[in-house]
Design a protein around this ligand. Structure first.
Ligand SMILES: NC(=O)c1ccc[n+]([C@@H]2O[C@H](COP(=O)([O-])OP(=O)(O)OC[C@H]3O[C@@H](n4cnc5c(N)ncnc54)[C@H](OP(=O)(O)O)[C@@H]3O)[C@@H](O)[C@H]2O)c1
Length: 322
């Protein structure tokens, strides 16, 4: 599948372009930048295959009939207009998280994909962390009773980081959240992924927000407690004010799993359960994400994390800062 990358920033350069190169059935075809020289340099660095691979105009890039799909890696508030333009041009879309920053555009994205019969995926690469995936199979799949865990009753996820207040994420022009879009949205996605199969949807959410250090428009630290329809509970803590261990804890009726430093880009970290070390072979989660998107297009099915999943995540992030 011929894929264009929209933007040449950190995630596009360090993760998405290399993952497209490694993924079965995917090929980097072209690239969009605000600066054509930067687009050309990126296209050369990542061996984009189109005879005309570098663009500084989205409509021109999308008018290429050979192009089949776009992967969007621009700042958060650009995801929606770029998605809608790509879908209108008949291209499938995988967009970085969060899918957008308001409900009107989230609904418009889902409707546009449905109306056009095109695939819309949201890039929560941690769904393809090999250790998380094996745990998920064990704790939520049919084998869960055999896995010795029983139903999940509680999760706690913590992912703090120090972030530059000069970055676009800290301002209102291109972002709607700071720590919650940087990393919190991943934590929320993991919580819903593990909890929902046996606990229903999140029915109650309470948040405590600190924005006192930079006094900007967004949350700097967010502590969120959640309750599911079953009564089960979850909590997450994210911050841009301090760094510390990244940790995901899953507590089930008769067992638990502790994931240390598995939240990140590299698919690594360590997982320990009530029975001891939980080994897994490290695999690049971004490759899994791209391969699922390519397979979804080929098979005419929804990507594993589709627009409706992304929309619910946005809805909950908005509730957290309301
Ligand atoms: N899945 C993950 O784990 C993960 C990790 C990091 C980021 N992300 C997501 O990916 C997206 C990009 O994040 P990033 O860390 O790659 O950001 P970044 O390094 O700042 O890159 C963003 C790129 O967007 C393009 N862009 C277009 N209009 C822009 C504008 N007005 N201001 C700034 N940049 C503009 C720029 O490329 P040109 O200069 O070439 O136009 C820029 O390099 C975000 O939505 C973020 O949430 C996801």
């Amino acid at each position: 599948m011929k894929i264009a990358l929209l933007a040449t920033g950190r995630i596009a350069d360090t993760q998405l372009a290399p993952a497209i190169a490694q993924a079965n059935g995917a090929e980097l075809w072209s690239v969009l930048s605000r600066d054509k020289v930067r687009a050309r340099a990126f296209a050369v660095k990542h061996a984009a295959a189109s005879p005309q691979p570098a663009y500084d105009d989205l409509d021109e890039l999308l008018s290429d009939d050979a192009l089949e799909a776009v992967v969007i890696a621009s700042p958060d508030k650009l995801h929606a207009p770029q998605t809608l333009a790509a879908l209108a041009a008949g291209k499938h879309v995988l967009t970085e998280k969060p899918m957008t920053t308001d409900m009107a555009s989230a609904n418009a994205m889902v409707e546009a994909a449905r109306g056009a019969g095109l695939r819309l995926g949201i890039a929560y690469h941690l769904r393809w962390h090999a250790g998380h995936r094996a745990l998920h199979r064990l704790m939520t799949g049919e084998a869960r009773t055999g896995g010795g865990f029983g139903p999940i009753r509680h999760m706690r996820v913590q992912w703090p980081m120090q972030s530059d207040p000069g970055n676009w994420r800290a301002g209102a022009e291109l972002a709607r959240w700071w720590c919650l879009s940087g990393v919190g949205t991943h934590c929320l996605d993991q919580i819903r992924w593990f909890m929902r199969p046996h606990n229903g949807e999140i029915s109650k959410l309470v948040s405590v927000i600190n924005r006192s250090v930079y006094d900007g428009p967004h949350e700097e630290t967010a502590v969120i407690a959640m309750q599911f329809e079953s009564g089960a509970t979850a909590e997450m803590c994210n911050s841009v004010l301090f760094a510390g261990p990244r940790r995901m804890e899953i507590y089930a009726e008769s067992g638990y799993a502790l994931c240390e430093n598995t939240l990140g880009a590299d698919g690594a970290g360590r997982i320990v359960t009530h029975e001891g070390d939980f080994g897994f072979a490290v695999r690049n989660p971004f490759v899994g994400e791209i391969e699922d998107f390519v397979a979804a297009v080929a098979q005419g099915r929804a990507p594993e994390v589709d627009g409706c999943e992304g929309l619910r995540n946005v809805e909950l992030l908005l509730e957290a800062v309301a």
